[in-house]
Design a protein around this ligand. Structure first.
Ligand SMILES: [Zn+2]
Length: 456
């Protein structure tokens, strides 16, 4: 961490956005090393104490799971663990071309204090009420801004990006899936979850998107997937113009069920019209051509092939992996305890007779696959003016224009081991709900919550 950001640097950073845990700053200064970068600054819940955060290192059992990856286990803070997870676990699987682990830089408390003051009025009020910059942090994560090109910052209206959350791209075929849940082998998890989400009013309509199309390796099917994502973006699809969100789920905004269906349709139409105008104005192409461009970039980059292979590390499904989980934590298996099917119990007893090493491998691969199922892709485009067409270029047949693209995986967070119990319960609940309600399109009136009653 050779770089140190002090009070004199603070005014070169501007508010770009924030999530639950971090605030993201863009750079407007003149240092070549920082142009095209963003700085992720940690936040702290209002009223929380730092000591609670400091406890967020690997648990005893997580250290067992990741013991084979020395660097991870030695990490003493959550942020260092996250960075080590990318470099030691994910990079060997996904390559380094589309991954960015970022770099920690030192920040002074004066730097953070000035930032806190500067961004205050830019932050949404509810975010300000919930959390503030953690002034006791002495470092922040410097990463490439994946929604712009490095030189795009100085060139107005030149870069459009899409963020896609692809979800799980294969159907499981594990022998450990119970007969009652056999539907999992023929209907995607995404599709089944849509039914439950509709019922719980988390979405306003069933998504048209099918992850199997996106991961198919066929440019026609990828195109179909992108058009479906555009039609029902939910939180799976967003479009940015020069780093600013112009289309897609805003978390309780466009896809909020609170609105009446008619109002929702009107909002959706307005968002689509505005997006069409912006893409034509900033980019000189029609929306249709833009969606074609996105599909071509996904096809050409081939990055989903590696992502799919990583997702498939979940080889025996959560219905198998949960038993290895109980082996790892050294506790009596609560799933087996609640079963009375002799043939299933026999199958699961095979898992309980595995060595600790074998169980750890299953759990480690399950957790890695879960990260790959939950990450997003950010693909950015800018018009290519003259010069040779490089490997990162796409020519649009329909308009004879050329575009440069770059693609990155984002949100590659390490998943907590203890979440496996939640995953198991949610999986059972999703399947049960789908099986019972698929005939009526996911709008039942007497669902009792199903797997919530499972005693684990
Ligand atoms: Zn078991």
């Amino acid at each position: 961490m050779a770089m140190i950001l002090g009070a004199e640097d603070a005014n070169d950073w501007f508010y770009k956005g924030e999530g639950a845990a971090n605030l993201v700053l863009g750079y407007c200064g003149s240092s070549p090393a920082l142009l095209g970068k963003v700085l992720r600054v940690e936040k702290i819940q209002k009223g929380a104490t730092r000591s609670a955060e400091e406890c967020e290192v690997l648990t005893v059992h997580e250290k067992l799971v990741w013991a084979a990856i020395g660097e991870l286990v030695e990490s003493t803070s959550k942020k260092v663990i996250q960075q080590a997870f990318v470099t030691t676990v994910l990079n060997p699987l996904l390559g380094t071309e589309h991954m960015d682990a970022g770099m920690y830089v030192s920040v002074s408390s004066e730097f953070l204090k000035i930032i806190e003051k500067n961004v205050h009025n830019k932050r949404p009020a509810w975010r300000v009420d919930a959390a503030e910059i953690d002034l006791r942090c002495d470092s922040a994560l410097l990463m490439s801004d994946h929604s712009i090109f490095p030189s795009g910052a100085s060139k107005e209206g030149s870069c459009i990006s899409v963020e896609i959350k692809p979800k799980c791209g294969f159907l499981p075929c594990s022998d450990f899936i119970s007969e009652a849940n056999a539907i999992k082998k023929s209907v995607t998890r995404f599709r089944m979850h849509q039914f439950l989400k509709l019922h719980k009013k988390e979405v306003s309509q069933l998504s048209e998107y099918d992850p199997l199309d996106l991961f198919s390796g066929s440019v026609e099917r990828i195109n179909l997937a992108i058009r479906s994502l555009y039609a029902t973006p939910q939180n799976n699809f967003r479009i940015f113009s020069n780093g600013f969100l112009i289309y897609g789920g805003l978390g309780g905004g466009m896809d909020s069920i609170e609105c009446e269906a008619k109002k929702l349709q009107e909002m959706k139409k307005a968002a689509e019209d505005r997006t069409k105008v912006l893409i034509r104005r900033d980019f000189g192409i029609q929306l249709d051509n833009f969606l074609e461009l996105v599909s071509e970039a996904i096809f050409k980059s081939g990055m989903l092939n590696q992502l799919l292979a990583t997702q498939k590390l979940d080889a025996i499904d959560i219905e198998g992996a949960i038993h290895a989980y109980y082996n790892v934590i050294g506790q009596h298996c609560l799933v087996c305890e609640s079963l009375d099917d002799a043939s299933l119990l026999h199958r699961y007893s095979l898992l309980h007779s595995l060595s600790l090493e074998e169980s750890l491998k299953i759990v480690r691969e399950y957790l890695t696959a879960t990260t790959a199922k939950d990450c997003s892709l950010m693909i950015s485009f800018r018009p290519k003016e003259g010069g040779d067409l490089t490997s990162n270029c796409i020519s649009l047949r329909s308009s004879n224009q050329h575009f440069e693209y770059k693609a990155n995986y984002i949100d590659m967070d390490i998943k907590p081991l203890e979440k496996m119990v939640y995953h198991y319960k949610l999986d059972q609940k999703i399947v049960k709900f789908y099986v019972e309600n698929r005939e009526n399109g996911g709008s039942p009136c007497d669902f009792d919550g199903g797997a919530e009653n499972i005693q684990i």
